[in-house]
Design a binder for this molecule. Structure first.
Ligand code: SAM
Length: 238
């Protein structure tokens, strides 16, 4: 397969597109290794690090890297988060495809490396509002964010930088809940995501309103708040 061009899914393409040309990149939790392979093969990154904490996925990444003839420019490392990385070793780091709490843990524990990065590209797949709060607390400012739909699911990708001018949005703010960049840039996929969220929430709410339990009422109230936030975001994007 040497010489063939790797084809990425829509989600991985968006993640990779956030890496700036000329920057070296580390991919934490690389699994298949497709992001570093694409970055080096396309000439975006002169070299890359592919890291994973589990030997099986790392071996799979190694096989793919060999198959594409890139072993001289992509190094693999068995590493728990940033553990086996030296601060300043790469310009950019990608952490994608994990739950928000795990990405938070990796960032927190690898802070010596994180503070030396030019950019940290993140794609958490759960607990995203709490994840935004965490980024603000750490001074990691989201400078770009885009959403992508891949195989029927929505994913967000954040480009972050350590800065001192980041302002924490108010606790009940739609910026904290949904992301200021997605709203301000009127991201078309995010708009579609809001519409889907609205329809699903309305359907659940209709069911809950027929019930009469304390838990049901509390959940219904949460959904009403969520729907109000969706409405506010949609209004802002008009
Ligand atoms: N990043 C790829 C993507 O977005 O398609 C792969 C995502 S895959 C679902 C998650 C990978 O992260 C797995 O290969 C897992 O072994 C790895 N992983 C989980 N915890 C990790 C940690 N603490 N450090 C490094 N890798 C980790």
């Amino acid at each position: 397969m040497t010489g063939n061009t790797i084809e990425l899914s829509a989600r991985l393409s968006l993640v990779a597109s956030f890496v700036r040309p000329g920057e070296t990149a580390a991919d934490i939790g690389t699994d298949h290794g497709y992001i570093p392979i694409h970055l080096v093969q396309s000439g975006v990154s002169p070299r890359a690090l592919a890291m994973d904490v589990v030997p099986g996925p790392l071996e799979r990444a190694e096989q793919h890297i060999r198959r594409y003839g890139l072993s001289d420019r992509i190094e693999t490392r068995l590493s728990n988060g940033f553990e086996k990385m030296v601060p300043g070793e790469t310009d950019t780091c990608v952490i994608a495809g994990m739950g928000g709490p795990l990405e938070e843990k990796i960032i927190g524990e690898g802070w010596d490396c994180v503070r030396k990065l030019k950019h940290l590209i993140l794609s958490p797949q759960s607990d995203i509002m709490e994840f935004r709060r965490f980024l603000h607390r750490k001074g990691l400012v989201i400078v770009r964010e885009k959403m992508v739909k891949d195989a029927g699911k929505y994913y967000t990708v954040m480009d972050t930088e350590l800065r001192e001018d980041g302002e924490m949005p108010a606790e009940d703010s739609i910026y904290l809940r949904f992301g200021a960049c997605l709203i301000r840039e009127k991201d078309p996929v995010f708009r579609e995501y809001l519409e889907k969220e609205k329809q699903v929430s309305l359907q659940i709410l209709a069911g809950l309103e027929k019930q009469d339990s304390g838990r049901g009422r509390a959940r219904a109230e949460e959904l009403r708040e969520y729907l109000a936030a969706i409405k506010e975001a949609e209004h802002e994007m008009q």
